[in-house]
Design a protein around this ligand. Structure first.
Ligand SMILES: Cc1ncc(C[n+]2csc(CCOP(=O)(O)OP(=O)(O)O)c2C)c(N)n1
Ligand SMILES: [Mg+2]
Length: 777
C-alpha cells in the first residue's frame, strides 16, 4: 500500500553482525587468493595440459573469475547462512567449483575434467554438476531474475504455513555488470516491486567490462536510481581501505576526484599498463598536488592503491554485507577490475583471455606454490595461515551435498472429464481446475496458478475465485466491497493460490521456473500451472528453455491457439508452438481435441511433474466449442497419453489415412465421413502429441507411432492436418515410407469466421478431399 514503510512488514532476521577480527580478514584474503589460483589453474589445465583429441579450443574465463574471487570469498566464508541460495555469474563457475574443492565437496578429478565430458560444467548446472548448484546460469540475466522469483516462492511457502519463517534464507545473485543490459532484469524488477519481495541480494561485479569492450560510463548512477525507485537499497562499494586512507593524505581529495571522473576505458587501460603509467598520468592530470602521494609509493604500491577498489577489498566487502542484515532487497554495486591480479588485468580483450604457460608459472611462483603442488588445496600457505583458513572452511555454512529431490508424494486423484455434448478444451480446463479446488485435498492445496494478465481470458477465473490471489498482506477487493457486480472476486490474502503477474511472459516462465524448483530449493514441491496465449510463448522462449534446462516442473497451459482464434486475427494466432515444443527438451506437448483427453492429460501431467523420470507439460488448447465423441470404452486413453490413437480404425488393406491434431477435429471427421465411401476402411488418426510421437520414432523403430502406422498398407497415403505449422505432422510420412500431403498454416493468420479461415488456409474438409485426390491421382 502506498506510503507503508517496508520495515513494518519485515520479519526478524537472525543476527549475523559480529566484530570481524583482522585475523579473519587476513584468512579471507588468503581464501580469495586460493580461489583466484584454483579457478585460473582449472582453466589452464583444461586448455594447456589436458590432452585434446579434437583440437577444439576448450575455453574458460580466468579474468571474469579473478574479478570476483574476493566477493565470493567474503560471501561464502562470511556472509552466507545455511538457507541462502546463490545464482553464480555463469563464467565464474570455476570459482564455485574451487570453493567446493576447498570445502572437500568437489574432487580434483572433476576439476581436471572441467569442460570435459562428465566433468565440472562450464557454467554452474543444477542438474549436471556434482556439487550443489542452487540455480543454473548461462544465459545472462536469467539467473539473476530467478532469485527474485525464488524469494517470492519462499514467501509463498511461509505464508501458507508450509515453511517456518526461521528456515528462510536470502536469495543471492552474483552478476556481471553487462548483465544489467538484459531487459529481463527490469521486467523482473517491476514485478518484484509489485509483490514486495524481500530477502534478495544482487551483487554486481562492476568491472565495467563486457565481452567485447569497456562499458559506457553514461550509465554511472543510472542503475542506482532505477533500483532505488523500485524499492531496493543500493549499496555502492567503490573505494577500498587503501584508497580511503590515501584520500586523507595531502593530494587525496584530488585523487578521489580524479578517480570519480575517470572514464571506464582509461581506468582499465591504466590498470593494464601498471604503476609507471599511473604515475605519469596522475602527475599530468593532477599536477603538484598529487606529488607527495606519488612520492611516497613505488610503482607496485601505486598500482596496488589504484586497483584497491572495494570489490577486491575484504574489509570493505565484509562491512557492506554486515550492514545489510535486514530483509530489504539490496543491490550491491561492487567496483572491481576484470582480471584482477592477473597479467591481463584491465585489458579490454581479456574476457576469454588465457594466461600462457609462462604467465601461469610466474603467478604460481608469486603465490608461493611449489612446482607440482598446483592442485594442493592450501598450497603456498604457511602453518599459521592454514589454521585461520581451515577455521573458515570448517565454519562455512553452505550445503556441501545436493539436496535429494522430492519425487512423488502428492496423491493425484482421477481427474474427471467435464460433462457436456459441446465443449472447448479451454473452458474444460477451467472447469477441471474448479472441480479440483472444490474436491480439495493435497493436490488442490499444492497447485499454484500464475498468469501474465490473462487469468480471466484463459479461464482461470473460477479457480481464483475459489482459492484467492496470493499477497503477503491482505488486499481487499474494492469492487466487491462496493457491491459492484463482477464474476471475478479479486481479494488477495496470504493463503491465496494464484500469483497474478503483469504482462511479461518472460516473467511467467521465470516464475514457473522458481515455483517448479520449490522442492529442490526449499524441500517442498509445488504444482505450478501457468497460463498464457499460445503465440506469446515465443516472448519468453529463453526463459522457458532456462526453466526446462534446470528441470523445473510445471504445467503450461497455452490458450487460445492457431487460426481457430478467428476474429482475433493474425497478431494473436499461433503457428509454430508445436514445433517449438518438439524442439524443447524437458517439455511434453499435448494437444487434446476433446475434453476427456484433456482430463487424462492433466492427470498425467500432475504425475509427470513429480516423477523422477517426468518432465513439464505443455497443453495447447482452444476456445472452439466442438461436439464431444461418444466413447464405448477407455481403450483410447493409453494411446492419447502416448501421442495418438485411431479415432476411426483403418480397415484391412486400406489405402489412406487422415491424421489430425486438436481443434480441427470436426473438419477431419467430416472429411473422413465424405471419403469413407470412396476409400472404405480409411483410418482417422488423432495425434495428441506430435512431440511424443516424434521422440519415440527418433529413439528407435519399435515406437508407438511405428505401431500405429503399421496398421496401414505400405503404399497407403497420408493427409496430415493441424491448426499450426504443417511440419509438426508431415514427418509422419517418413515413419514407414508413406506418401504424405501435409495441411496446416505456413502464412500469418488473419481475421475471419472459422469457415472462411479454414478454407483460406486449406485446413477444411474440401482441402482434405483435394489432398486425398491429389495423392490418389
Ligand atoms: C543471453 C546471453 N547473451 C550472450 C552471452 C555471451 N556472454 C557471456 S558473458 C558476456 C559478457 C559478460 O560481461 P559481464 O556481465 O560484465 O561479465 P564479466 O565477465 O565482465 O564479469 C557475454 C556477452 C550469454 N552468456 N548470454
Ligand atoms: Mg563486466
Amino acid at each position: 500500500m502506498p506510503g507503508k514503510r517496508r520495515s513494518e512488514l519485515r520479519q526478524a532476521q537472525p543476527e549475523r553482525i559480529e566484530v570481524v577480527s583482522d585475523d579473519k580478514i587476513e584468512a579471507l584474503r588468503l581464501i580469495d587468493g586460493r580461489l583466484r589460483w584454483l579457478s585460473a589453474w582449472t582453466i589452464h589445465n583444461a586448455n594447456h595440459l589436458r590432452d585434446s583429441t579434437d583440437g577444439l579450443k576448450v575455453g574458460g574465463h580466468q579474468a571474469s573469475c579473478a574479478s570476483m574471487t574476493a566477493l565470493m570469498a567474503a560471501l561464502y566464508f562470511h556472509a552466507l547462512g545455511p538457507n541462502d541460495k546463490v545464482a553464480v555469474k555463469p563464467h565464474a563457475g570455476p570459482v564455485l567449483h574451487a570453493i567446493h574443492y576447498l570445502l572437500g565437496s568437489q574432487s580434483r578429478e572433476q576439476l581436471e575434467n572441467f569442460r570435459g565430458f562428465g566433468g565440472a560444467q562450464s557454467y554452474p548446472s543444477r542438474t549436471k554438476d556434482v556439487i550443489p548448484v542452487d540455480f543454473s546460469t548461462g544465459s545472462v540475466g536469467l539467473g539473476v531474475a530467478i532469485t527474485a522469483f525464488a524469494s517470492l516462492v519462499q514467501d509463498y511457502l511461509v505464508a501458507h504455513g508450509m515453511m517456518d519463517a526461521a528456515d528462510t534464507g536470502r536469495m543471492v545473485a552474483l552478476m556481471g555488470d553487462a548483465e544489467l543490459d538484459e531487459g529481463n532484469i527490469y521486467e523482473c524488477l517491476i514485478e518484484a516491486y509489485k509483490h514486495d519481495i524481500r530477502n534478495c541480494w544482487w551483487i554486481v561485479d562492476y568491472n565495467r567490462q563486457s565481452l567485447d569492450a569497456t562499458t559506457a560510463e553514461r550509465m554511472f548512477c543510472r542503475f542506482d536510481e532505477i533500483f532505488a525507485s523500485c524499492g531496493w537499497r543500493v549499496a555502492t562499494l567503490k573505494y577500498g581501505k587503501l584508497m580511503e586512507a590515501a584520500f586523507a593524505e595531502p593530494g587525496g581529495t584530488e585523487l578521489k576526484a580524479w578517480i570519480d571522473d575517470a572514464g571506464n576505458a582509461d581506468y582499465a587501460a591504466l590498470t593494464y599498463q601498471g604503476g609507471a603509467a599511473w604515475r605519469v598520468r596522475l602527475s599530468a592530470d593532477i599536477g603538484d598536488a598529487i606529488a607527495p602521494l606519488l612520492a611516497a609509493r613505488d610503482d607496485d604500491a601505486l598500482a596496488a592503491l589504484m586497483t584497491n577498489l572495494a570489490g577486491h577489498d575484504m574489509a570493505s566487502l565484509i562491512e557492506a554485507f554486515d550492514a545489510a542484515q535486514d530483509d530489504v532487497p539490496t543491490l550491491f554495486i561492487a567496483y572491481t577490475i576484470k582480471g584482477h591480479g592477473l597479467p591481463f588485468a584491465g585489458h579490454k580483450d581479456n574476457h576469454s583471455g588465457l594466461m600462457n604457460p609462462a604467465q601461469i608459472a610466474s603467478l604460481r611462483d608469486a603465490m608461493g606454490i611449489a612446482d607440482g603442488q598446483e592442485w594442493e588445496a592450501l598450497a603456498g600457505l604457511g602453518d599459521n595461515a592454514r589454521t585461520g583458513v581451515q577455521a573458515l572452511l570448517d565454519g562455512c555454512l553452505i550445503a556441501k551435498a545436493k539436496r535429494p529431490r522430492p519425487w512423488g508424494g502428492i496423491d493425484v486423484p482421477a481427474v474427471a472429464s467435464p460433462a457436456g455434448d459441446e465443449q472447448s478444451t479451454q473452458a474444460a480446463f477451467g472447469k477441471i481446475l474448479l472441480d479440483i479446488s472444490r474436491a480439495g485435498g493435497p493436490l488442490a492445496d499444492r497447485i499454484v496458478t500464475t498468469s501474465p494478465d490473462v487469468t480471466v481470458s484463459t479461464n482461470l477465473g473460477a479457480w481464483v475465485n475459489q482459492r484467492g490471489l496470493f499477497r503477503r498482506s491482505e488486499l481487499a477487493d474494492v469492487f466487491a466491497a462496493a457491491k459492484i457486480p463482477s464474476p471475478q472476486k479479486w481479494a488477495a490474502r496470504p493463503a491465496g493460490q494464484h500469483i497474478e503477474l503483469g504482462i511479461a511472459e518472460n516473467n511467467l516462465f521465470l516464475m514457473l521456473a522458481a515455483l517448479g524448483l520449490a522442492g529442490d530449493l526449499f524441500g517442498l514441491r509445488l504444482m505450478p500451472i501457468g497460463t498464457l496465449y499460445d503465440p506469446f510463448i515465443a516472448r519468453g522462449l529463453d526463459a522457458l528453455n532456462y526453466a526446462c534446462y534446470q528441470d523445473a516442473r510445471f504445467m503450461l497451459v497455452a490458450t487460445p491457439s492457431g487460426v481457430t482464434l478467428g476474429p482475433e486475427g493474425g497478431a494473436h494466432q499461433s503457428i509454430n508452438p508445436p514445433l517449438i515444443a518438439m524442439g524443447q527438451p524437458g517439455l511434453r506437448h499435448y494437444e487434446p481435441a476433446f475434453v476427456d483427453e484433456l482430463a487424462v492429460m492433466m492427470e498425467e501431467g500432475f504425475r509427470l511433474m513429480q516423477a523422477e523420470d517426468g518432465e513439464s507439460v505443455y497443453l495447447r488448447l482452444t476456445t472452439r466449442s466442438i461436439a464431444q465423441p461418444e466413447r464405448s470404452d477407455d481403450g483410447w486413453k493409453a494411446g492419447a497419453l502416448a501421442g495418438g490413437y485411431w479415432l476411426r480404425e483403418p480397415g484391412p488393406d486400406t489405402k489412406a489415412a487422415l491424421i489430425f491434431s486438436g481443434a480441427i477435429a470436426p473438419e477431419a471427421l467430416a472429411a473422413w465421413e465424405s471419403i469413407t465411401d470412396d476409400l472404405p476402411g480409411i483410418g482417422l488418426l488423432n495425434v495428441t502429441s506430435p512431440d511424443l510421437l516424434h521422440r519415440g520414432w527418433s529413439n528407435g523403430l519399435a515406437s508407438h507411432v511405428t505401431r500405429l502406422l503399421a496398421a496401414l498398407d505400405r503404399d497407403a497415403t497420408l493427409v496430415t492436418m493441424l491448426d499450426g505449422s504443417p511440419a509438426a505432422l508431415s514427418w509422419l510420412g517418413s515413419v514407414r515410407g508413406h506418401r504424405v500431403s501435409p495441411l496446416g498454416l505456413d502464412r500469418f493468420g488473419q481475421t475471419g469466421s472459422l469457415e472462411q479461415l479454414y478454407a483460406h488456409y486449406r485446413i477444411d474438409e474440401e482441402a482434405v478431399l483435394d489432398a486425398v485426390a491429389g495423392l490418389h491421382l
